[in-house]
Ligand binder design. Structure first.
Ligand code: NAP
Ligand code: GLV
Length: 306
C-alpha cells in the first residue's frame, strides 16, 4: 500500500516519518510531481496538480476539520474525502470560546488596560442572563463548545442545518430559523463549514440582527465574514466588538485595520491546532479500516460540501 503526503504550509517530513511508524507495512512518501500512484493521500490544501496526478486514490485524508480547500478542486468521482474528526480539536475550541466569552463578559480586557495604568477600579457585575451565546454550527466542534459554555451558566442557543437536541441548548435548524436564532443571541460564535450556503453569512444584515451589545467570536473560515461590514458596525455601537481567528487573507496583512482596532482581538488561525500525534493515530486507524473493507466516520458528503 502506498500513501502520498501533500501538505501546504506544513513541514511534511515529521508527518511522513510518523505516518510510516504508524503504518509499518505501507510505503509513505512525500508528494512531488511525478510520484507513483498512491492508494491513500494525507493532505492539507493540496494543489489541483496533485489530484490530477493521483487519479486512483481510494481516500484523501485531510489533516484538518474544514475541507473547503479540497472541495473547491476538481475531484475524481468516487474519491472519498475524509475530514479530521475532533482529534483533540474540540477541547481547544471550547477553551478558546470560553476564554473569549469570559474575557468580554467579565471585562478582563478593560481590567488589563486599567492595570497597566496602575488603576484599582471595579467594574459593575453584568447579568449573565443578558449574554445569551449563540453557536452557528452544532457539529463536532460546535456541540462541544455549546456544552462547555453551558457549564458557565450562560443561556446557550445553537443553529444547524438539520434539527439537533442538546441538553440545556435552545436549538434552531435551517435557513428559515436563522433570524429567530440571531435576534435571541448576543454573543455569536461561528463554527460553520465554509460552503456555498455559508459564504458571507456574517454580514451587515445578520450581525445587525443580534441583541444590542452583540459580540462576534469568529473561528471557522475567513470566507464567512464580509470583513468590510465589521468595523462600521463596531464603530457605530451596533456591535460591542469581536474576537477573530480567521480571515479572508491569511496571514492577515500587516496594514489590515483589524490588527489595530481597540475592540477587535486577533489571533493567527490558532483557535484549534492540528495535533500531529492524535491526527496520525486517527488517520492510520481509518486507513486500516478501509483496507479491511470496514466503514469509517468523517467521510465528506460532496453534495453538502462538508
Ligand atoms: P462539522 O462537524 O461538519 O459541523 C458543521 C456544523 O455546521 C453542523 O452542525 C452542520 O449542520 C452545520 N451547518 C453546515 N452547513 C450549514 C448551513 N448551511 N446552515 C446551518 N448549519 C449548517 O464541522 P466541525 O468539525 O464542527 O468544524 C466546523 C468548522 O470549523 C470547520 O469546517 C472549519 O472550517 C472550522 N475550523 C476552524 C479551526 C481553526 O483553527 N480556526 C479549526 C478547526 C475547524 P448539520 O449538523 O445539520 O449537518
Ligand atoms: C483548521 O482550520 C481546520 O479546519 O482544521
Amino acid at each position: 500500500m502506498r500513501i502520498a503526503v501533500c501538505l501546504s504550509d506544513t513541514k511534511p517530513e515529521p508527518w511522513v516519518e510518523a505516518l510510516q511508524a504508524a503504518l509499518p507495512g505501507a510505503q509513505v512518501q512525500m508528494w512531488s510531481p511525478g510520484l507513483a500512484a498512491a492508494d491513500h493521500a494525507v493532505v492539507w490544501a493540496p494543489p489541483q496538480q496533485f489530484v490530477d496526478e493521483q487519479p486512483h486514490l481510494k481516500a484523501m485524508f485531510n489533516i484538518g476539520a474544514g475541507v473547503d480547500a479540497i472541495m473547491k478542486l476538481r475531484l475524481p468521482p468516487g474519491l472519498q474525502v475524509v475530514r479530521l474528526d475532533d482529534a483533540g480539536m474540540s477541547v481547544q475550541m471550547a477553551e478558546y470560546v470560553c476564554h473569549a466569552l469570559i474575557r468580554h463578559f467579565r471585562e478582563f480586557d478593560v481590567y488589563e488596560t486599567e492595570a497597566r495604568q496602575g488603576r484599582w477600579v471595579f467594574r459593575k457585575p453584568l447579568e449573565r442572563a443578558d449574554f445569551p451565546v449563540g453557536i452557528m454550527g452544532l457539529g463536532v466542534l460546535g456541540e462541544r463548545v455549546a456544552r462547555a459554555v453551558r457549564q458557565f451558566e450562560f443561556p446557550v442557543l445553537g443553529w444547524s442545518r438539520t434539527p439537533k437536541a442538546i441538553d440545556g441548548v435552545r436549538t434552531f435548524a435551517g435557513e428559515a430559523r436563522l433570524g429567530d436564532f440571531l435576534v435571541a443571541t448576543r454573543v455569536l460564535v461561528n463554527l460553520l463549514p465554509l460552503t456555498d450556503a455559508t459564504r458571507g453569512i456574517l454580514n451587515r444584515t445578520t450581525l445587525s440582527a443580534l441583541r444590542p451589545g452583540g459580540y462576534l467570536i469568529h473561528i471557522a473560515r475567513g470566507g464567512h465574514l464580509v470583513e468590510e461590514d465589521l468595523i462600521p458596525l463596531i464603530d457605530s455601537g451596533r456591535l460591542a466588538g469581536a474576537t477573530l481567528d480567521v480571515f479572508q487573507q491569511e496571514p492577515l496583512p500587516a496594514e489590515h485595520p483589524f490588527w489595530r482596532h481597540p475592540k477587535i482581538t486577533v489571533t493567527p488561525h490558532a483557535s484549534a491546532r492540528t495535533l500531529r500525534r492524535e491526527t496520525i493515530a486517527q488517520i492510520a486507524d481509518k486507513i486500516g479500516r478501509l483496507e479491511r473493507g470496514e466503514p469509517i466516520a468523517g467521510v465528506v458528503d460532496p453534495a453538502r460540501g462538508y
